[in-house]
Structure formats: structure tokens, C-alpha cells
Design a protein around this ligand. Structure first.
Ligand code: ADP
Ligand code: DAR
Length: 373
């Protein structure tokens, strides 16, 4: 992707100064943000001193501090508040990203190094709820960025279309239970789209955090979803990340879901070079997904435990679990069903992340059972 001409452009971009208009926009928004209540990690770590230090920096892709913080400035209710506009921004703006990364991933310090990829043996994870009393469905996903491409705010329409072409071509060669069809969002009818979103297969549209991060330009061009016949293996193209590789099915057979994801990634990685940093692992648009990029979740019915939400959250925090609503991030629970998943993705292996999720879910089930006696 990075031909000589492009590399020369990038070198020039890195040496050029940040546009005065960008600095003016940054100053205006920082002043407003400074007097706005927010519990985001951006609010916690972007001091005036650090802001002054970073506002004149630029990556070779041309990304500035504005590209990093604009979503968090516009959405004070963000949890994290920053995104990486390109792979290099994790280095150029490290003084802001590193404390946020350490805080989010539970102590991954600036001199820590993410461990090598280790899937482990999925068979060891078993079925979390063989009697089907609590777990409705299980999903394990990871993110992958194609080497040589920037991330959303810095991508051109051609980038989106090129990535879609490469991804759909590679997925079209998958066989057996991974065989399926790629559906570009551009040609998907509204009814099909709404049904896929309602049934938890397709990503939601109009996420205000992504919109404010300039992650939805040219929408829906270059975006789409790959589905196998059973809808147990899916790949999202160019939503938040270049690829989200997803395995999911009804029930609690974590071993089967995780085993399918491993098989799929091992097939897909034969076709691409993924962006991976020697210290922070696989690179993603959001720092909350770095490292393993793994989110392993269950949709679980825990009406008794969730009745005391503080206790519910306390147990989740004890096991490094994150509670989401039924339609994922920033959504509400329905009929006592929650999306519970591992929170940490960086500083531990894929295998360790799955074990951490399994142990946490088993404790949640144990607590719900205790309350039902
Ligand atoms: P991610 O960042 O992993 O994509 P989101 O929170 O955006 O997660 O959720 C994406 C979609 O996946 C949502 O529709 C959500 O309901 C669905 N989902 C997540 N976990 C499960 C699960 N265990 N079973 C069924 N659907 C799930
Ligand atoms: N909404 C942003 C992102 C948080 C992590 N979730 C992602 N990347 N989907 C926030 O700062 O809350």
C-alpha cells in the first residue's frame, strides 16, 4: 500500500507544521472541555501542560491531536474519549495514550510488553451453562487492522473501497463451516439491515462517538458484513476497525465458539499482514481494543443478581468483567438480560483473556444460583 510516492508525501506531512486553524479549533474545544464535567480517561489525563506539548505534533499520515481527542471533547460521557487516527499516533501521542491504556487495561505500564499471541486450547474452556439456565448466547470477537492503511479519520474513500475489496475477496475463499457471503452495506435493503442489527449480527449505525471521531465519512461506502450460512461466523468490514472477526452461537458452548474464531483467524491471516506493535500488540482504532483485541461475551439472564446493581458491578469489577446492555455498548439491558464480557485485552494472552472471562461468568452464575435458593 505504501508506495514510494506515498511515503514521500508522508515524510513531508510529518515535517510540516500543524495548520493554525487546527490549533485554534483545539484551543477553543480544550477551553470548553476544561470547564465540562466528564469521567472520561481523556478528562483524567489531558492536562493543560500535556495539551500544549502535543497540540503542535503531527504524524506522517497528517494526523493531529484534534483527530485523537475530537470525539471525547464532543462526548463528555465517553468512557475513554480518544481514538488513534493512524497506527503511528500511538507513538507520536504516546504521552496521552499510555496513561489511558494503563488505566483501561488494569495496569499495563509504559515499560510493559504485550505477550506473544497464544490462543491456548479452546477445548479447555468447555460449556459455561450446560443446562441452559442462564446463558442465552455466546460470542467471541477480535479486531484486525491491515498493515499500511490508516484508521478511520485519516482514511480516504479509496482506502475504504480497497480494504473492502481485499477483505471480501479473501473471505470468499473460505471453506466448510466458514464459507459464506459478503454483503456490502451500500446494496443492503433497509429491512434486511434492521433485522441483522436487531438479531445482534450487524453493527449499529450512527454511533455518536464514532461520528464525532470522523469515523463515518463516506458511509456506507466500503462497509459491509460477511456471514456464513448459520450466522455463527461473521466479519464486519470498516465499521470501527478494518475487520472485526466474530464467532457466535446460541447457548454457552464457549469452547465451540472460541474454537471457530481461532480457525477463522488462522485462515484469514494467511491472506494479510496485520498491523501489530511490538509493545502494544495488534493495533485498533480505539485503545480499549489493543493487544489481543478479544472481547468474549455472553448474553446472560441474571434478574436476581442484577436487582442489586452495585453488588453486580462489584463482582464484575472483581473479575475484570464489563457489563453492557443487550445491544452492546451504550445500550440498555432488556428483561434482565445483560452482555457481560472480559474488559482487559492488553497485557495478557488470548488464552488468559478467555480464562478470565470464563472464571468471571462462572462466578456470576454461582452468585445468581445462590440468590435463587
Ligand atoms: P463489539 O465491540 O464486540 O462489537 P458491541 O457492544 O458493539 O460489541 O456489540 C455488537 C453486537 O454484538 C451487538 O448487537 C450485541 O448485542 C451483540 N453481542 C455481543 N455479545 C453477544 C452475545 N454474547 N450474544 C449475542 N449477541 C451479542
Ligand atoms: N465510545 C468510546 C469508545 C469506548 C470503547 N468502545 C469502543 N471502542 N467501541 C468511549 O470513549 O466511550
Amino acid at each position: 500500500m505504501c508506495d514510494k510516492r506515498l511515503c514521500a508525501c508522508r515524510k513531508k506531512a510529518a515535517l510540516s507544521k500543524v495548520d493554525p486553524g487546527v490549533i485554534q479549533e483545539l484551543e477553543k474545544n480544550f477551553t470548553k472541555f476544561s470547564s465540562t464535567d466528564s469521567s472520561s480517561l481523556l478528562k483524567k489525563y489531558l492536562t493543560r501542560e500535556l495539551f500544549d506539548k502535543l497540540k503542535t505534533k503531527k504524524t506522517s499520515y497528517g494526523s493531529t491531536l484534534l483527530d485523537v481527542v475530537q470525539s471525547g471533547f464532543a462526548n463528555p460521557d465517553s468512557g475513554v474519549g480518544v481514538y488513534a487516527p493512524d497506527p503511528e499516533s500511538y507513538t507520536v501521542f504516546a504521552e496521552l495514550f499510555n496513561p489511558i491504556i494503563e488505566d483501561y487495561h488494569g495496569g499495563f505500564e509504559a515499560d510493559d510488553v504485550h505477550p506473544p499471541l497464544d490462543w491456548g486450547n479452546p477445548d479447555n474452556l468447555g460449556n459455561l451453562d450446560p443446562d441452559g439456565k442462564y446463558v442465552l448466547s455466546t460470542r467471541v470477537r477480535c479486531g484486525r487492522s491491515l498493515q499500511g492503511y490508516p484508521f478511520n479519520p485519516t482514511m480516504t474513500k479509496t482506502h475504504y473501497q480497497e480494504i473492502q475489496q481485499k477483505v471480501s475477496e479473501a473471505l470468499g475463499a473460505l471453506e466448510d463451516d466458514l464459507q459464506g457471503t459478503y454483503y456490502p452495506l451500500e446494496t443492503m435493503d433497509k429491512k434486511t439491515k434492521e433485522k441483522l442489527i436487531e438479531d445482534h449480527f450487524l453493527f449499529k449505525e450512527g454511533d455518536r462517538f464514532l461520528q464525532a471521531a470522523n469515523a463515518c465519512r463516506y458511509w456506507p461506502s466500503g462497509r459491509g458484513i460477511f456471514l456464513n450460512a448459520d450466522k455463527t461466523f461473521l466479519v464486519w468490514c470498516n465499521e470501527e476497525d478494518h475487520m472485526r472477526i466474530i464467532s457466535m452461537q446460541n447457548g454457552a458452548d464457549l469452547a465451540a465458539v472460541y474454537g471457530r474464531l481461532i480457525r477463522a483467524v488462522r485462515e484469514i491471516e494467511k491472506k494479510f499482514s496485520f498491523a501489530r506493535h511490538q509493545r502494544i500488540g495488534f493495533l485498533t482504532f480505539c485503545p480499549s481494543n489493543l493487544g489481543t483485541t478479544i472481547r468474549a461475551s455472553v448474553h446472560i439472564k441474571v434478574p436476581r443478581l442484577s436487582a442489586d446493581y452495585d453488588k453486580f458491578e462489584e463482582i464484575a469489577n472483581m473479575y475484570n468483567l464489563q457489563i453492557r446492555g443487550i445491544h452492546g455498548e451504550h445500550s440498555a439491558s432488556e428483561k434482565g438480560v445483560y452482555d457481560i464480557s472480559n474488559k482487559r485485552r492488553l497485557g495478557l494472552s488470548e488464552n488468559q483473556a478467555l480464562i478470565e472471562m470464563r472464571d468471571g461468568i462462572m462466578e456470576i452464575i454461582k452468585q445468581e444460583e445462590r440468590l435463587s435458593r
